[in-house]
Design a protein around this ligand. Structure first.
Ligand SMILES: [Zn+2]
Length: 333
């Protein structure tokens, strides 16, 4: 009995010694040897946790990668490619287009201010502050974020804010306009097309067909302005490139655009017909928000404060007039 008691006691003491010896060592080393998958992953709050969105306020997503100026006009400006931030937590995207649309971030804020001064109310403006090589907010999530969870979160926030603005506009105004703002550079052959390209999801080769051929309900239903064409008293071709079209209204203010009455199609040259945002947030697949992708050249528009202020003023006039002619009421009385 005595021996066995001694044995038990000594083994307890021994164990305690081991524990007490290992404890500090374990704590010391644990800083470095904890396997990666046991590090607590950052938990993102639910999208919309920062709602409701008041028209005089600005909201930011995680790390301020996404910026949302909440508005009270039936207009949304989306600016996916003007960002400059290059945080180290997001590796560079490894495939896709990386070109930044120079100055579209600054220019779009001036468009916002110009609209506010003109209408006494603000458009909804969603801007991506990340450089395009970190996130492409005008692509599906796979190409946009390339499986980085911080980039993916920013992508979700970007589209959540747009979705929220669309719902608000539909409930308050019935219908509205979504403008996806971009910039195009010189063509690969060096030629710089100084016209603004307006994208309605109609490929350049289709725009190069005749009015008679194009002016069908089938074609109208394939565009990102389907709802606007439905509400307009003008025919589809008139809304697309007649004298009441967005392009012709821009032409009349000397910001020449394709398509318009003067420039019905790109005539085989380079032209962008609208990307992911125009498709997702326009009215082709339903809803009452119609989308136009606006690709502005740098010379004469995105050059400096003076050129983009003039452009902002013209664009505001055109948006006002286009909305009135096709939706049938003034943006703001
Ligand atoms: Zn772009």
């Amino acid at each position: 009995m005595i021996i066995s008691f001694k044995l038990v006691l000594s083994s307890i003491v021994f164990s305690l010694l081991i524990i007490s010896c290992q404890e500090p060592k374990h704590t010391e080393e644990s800083v470095e040897i904890v396997p990666k998958d046991t590090i607590k992953e950052e938990v993102f709050p639910k999208l919309g946790h920062d709602a409701p969105y008041y028209a005089d306020s600005v909201y930011y997503g995680r790390e301020k990668y996404i910026e949302y100026f909440a508005g009270n006009l039936p207009i949304i400006l989306s600016v996916p490619h003007g960002g400059r931030e290059i945080p180290s937590e997001i590796p560079d995207r490894s495939w896709g287009t990386m070109v930044t649309d120079d100055n579209t971030y600054e220019m779009s804020k001036v468009i916002m201010d110009t609209m506010e001064a003109r209408f006494g109310a603000r458009p909804h403006v969603i801007l991506c502050r990340l450089k395009r090589r970190k996130l492409d907010a005008n692509r599906d999530s796979l190409e946009a974020a390339q499986e980085n969870r911080f980039a993916h979160r920013a992508w979700q926030e970007y589209h959540y804010y747009i979705g929220s603005a669309k719902k608000k506009i539909e409930s308050e105004f019935g219908s509205g306009l979504f403008l996806d703002i971009h910039g195009h550079g010189a063509n690969p052959d060096g030629y710089y097309d100084l016209r603004t390209w307006l994208g309605y999801l109609m490929p350049g080769s289709v725009l190069d067909r005749s009015d008679e051929e194009l002016n069908t309900t089938e074609n109208s239903n394939k565009t990102s302005i389907r709802a606007l064409v439905d509400s307009s008293s003008f025919s589809f071709i008139e809304v697309l490139r007649g004298k009441n079209s967005f392009g012709s209204l821009m032409d009349s203010l000397r910001f020449y655009s394709v398509p318009s009455k003067k420039y019905p199609g790109p005539e085989g040259s380079r032209y962008f017909s609208g990307g992911y945002n125009t498709l997702r947030h326009g009215s082709r697949d339903g809803g009452m928000i119609s989308a136009i992708q606006i690709e502005a050249p740098k010379p004469g528009i995105r050059e400096d404060q003076q050129t983009w202020s003039k452009f902002a003023s013209a664009l505001t006039t055109v948006v006002d007039e286009y909305y009135f002619r096709h939706i049938g009421r003034r943006i703001k009385n």
